[in-house]
Design a protein. Sequence first.
Length: 250
Amino acid sequence: MVAMGAVPRQLVWDNEGAVGCWRRGRPTLTEEFEAFRGSLGIGVHLCRPRDPEAKGLTERNNGYFETSFLPGRSFTGPGDFNNQMGDFLVRANGRHSRRIGCAPTTRWATDREAMLGLPPAPPAIGWRNRLRLPRDHYVRLASNDYSVDPGVVGRFVDVVADLSTVTITCAGAVVGTHPRCWARHQSITDPAHREKALELAHRARAVKDRPPAPAAVVVEARDLSVYDTVFGTTAVTAPLTGVITDEEVA
């Protein structure tokens, strides 16, 4: 859509779970896709279940790619696949098609005139989630686990993913970034996160193994007047003058 500078008036989907499904005889879009559709101002047509005629055009395109693009090719990853597909489409769209009687590129101008303009602000795309980072300092996305800086364990982190990158932030600071993995049930670990986790584990173990400090002994301060009471003595309060009277001598 960006390459053509316009968007179609309606999108057609064959009951893709991320887009929507039929419930009680009515098509229902997911909340995320409803927001995406609304930002573009377009309609969506969900094919009914078990309706092969409605999706015949898409199936013919898939069959064409399987027989004309995939044979004899190898790919190092999703990025390499998309690059080779882009180069192939440039050549394929410039070829004469017997079904439409011309090359597809000759009809682009007419198609663009019938389409809608791009919205002033691009729609929000990708996958977003907010969660409290568990003790194992990993977040899960599409069955894969991605490591996060263990220094933010127990705090809330925001996970944002697109087709190529997974980024984790905490209070606006990036605490993890990884290339998107398209395999399943994989653990993707940043070496810096592994080293910091080991350092924190050793530090916690050293504190745990350290012997506890002896408790302070509190000694009661005894009131000395108690001894005067026990022995029957009293404190002298009159000052001494140094003169001995006759009564004292007797």
